[in-house]
Ligand binder design. Structure first.
Ligand SMILES: O=C(O)C(=O)C[C@]1(C(=O)O)C=C[C@@H](O)C=C1
Length: 357
């Protein structure tokens, strides 16, 4: 009975799938032509501003019933596969596989990329600077724990630019081989993850040793090998090492998120909705920070983030990491930046890039 009703509906789905298949391949053929044009001029294959515009436009035009976010996920993968026909880009990230950094790579580039897990944030920068990887993805800040200082320090020194941002919800799970805490003597995780779960751990397992390891992926690997170790990590990492979930969502803040940035040698053109990241320093005198930022207000440029970091050596006391709305090529931003530069003892534009989706 049910099958009788399903048959004509499935026939309609089959017919539509044939059309989708045809259209996808027609799109891919055009992307291949784009690839040839780019190859002639050595132009970059990955164009974050164009991808952001396509994703915004499909979400805006989406009539439903499919969810706009789901439509974007589908189109991100379509563009990823089309891009891979032009050339498959390599993306270095803080490994091992199964970490939130890897998830951030796929959220930005789709799955048709070559992921290159690296052992440290330094290694990610080195791989991109040396040209071994086209892009890198590094964590910049966590909503509970604040800035990732190593990333800030390396952004100051590097010749690379920020070409994208990605925000990922961070849900930590406590996991072990058996899926229980019986016989568990230590809980392993990255120090940031231990910090993000400390109230929960204090309440539930105050007497179990906590061990900081290089990454949550590494913690999951350890727990996969050692029946007396549990790991705090994302469930993707847990699945990779066949761990059972003792308790999901053990992070203290349910809205915990990490913001990642994409680093590379290219500088995206304006997409219409962009952020620009800067590093500034001012001479150490009263009112200097206030004066430094005055051009932003006077030209109507909004500041979305302000972070200070000790300079450690040299003439200035602090570096200020500032994010603003807009692209460095937008007229009012360009004017404000030119004025900022005049007042600053140190001034570096880290990059302009599309708003994270
Ligand atoms: O428009 C381009 O430059 C393309 O290469 C096409 C395309 C796409 O599939 O839409 C693929 C890769 C780029 O990152 C942007 C868009």
């Amino acid at each position: 009975m049910t099958d009788d009703k399903l048959k004509p509906l499935r026939e309609q789905i089959d017919a539509i799938d044939a059309q989708i298949l045809d259209l996808l391949n027609r799109r891919a053929l055009i992307a291949q032509q784009v690839g040839h044009v780019k190859a002639e001029t050595n132009a970059p294959v990955f164009r974050p501003e164009r991808e952001a515009q396509v994703l915004r436009s499909v979400a805006d035009r989406n009539p439903g019933p499919l969810d706009a976010g789901d439509i974007q996920t589908i189109f991100r993968e379509i563009m990823s596969s089309c891009r891979a026909l032009e050339r498959r880009v390599n993306v270095a990230y803080l490994g091992p596989v199964g970490t939130f950094s890897e998830q951030a790579v796929y959220q930005q580039f789709g799955h048709a990329v070559e992921g290159m897990p690296c052992v440290s944030i330094d290694e990610v920068f080195r791989a991109v600077e040396a040209g071994t990887a086209d892009f890198g993805v590094v964590p910049l800040e966590n909503s509970t724990e604040g800035a990732i200082n190593r990333t800030l320090d390396l952004l100051l020194q590097t010749t690379l630019s920020i070409s994208g941002e990605i925000s990922i919800p961070i849900h930590h799970s406590l996991m072990s081989r058996s899926g229980s805490m019986e016989g568990i003597k230590r809980v392993c995780a990255h120090s940031q993850a231990l910090a993000q779960c400390q109230a929960w751990l204090n309440q539930h397992y105050p007497n179990i040793e906590r061990q900081a390891v290089a990454s949550n992926g590494e913690a999951a690997r350890i727990a996969g090998d050692d029946p007396t170790a549990a790991a705090i990590a994302g469930e993707i990492a847990g699945k990779k090492y066949a761990l059972g979930v003792v308790q999901a969502h053990v992070q203290d803040d349910p809205h915990n998120r990490t913001r990642f940035v994409v680093i590379g040698r290219m500088q995206p053109a304006p997409s219409g909705k962009d952020h620009t990241s800067l590093v500034l320093a001012v001479p150490n005198k009263a009112g200097a920070v206030y004066n430094m930022l005055a051009p932003l207000a006077s030209h109507g440029v909004s500041m979305t983030r302000f972070e200070s970091r000790p300079a450690r050596m040299g003439t200035w006391e602090y570096y200020f990491y500032v994010d603003i709305e807009g692209h460095a090529q937008d007229e009012k931003v360009a004017t404000a930046l030119a004025e900022l530069k005049l007042n600053a003892a140190f001034f570096k534009v880290l990059g302009s890039y599309p708003f994270g989706l």
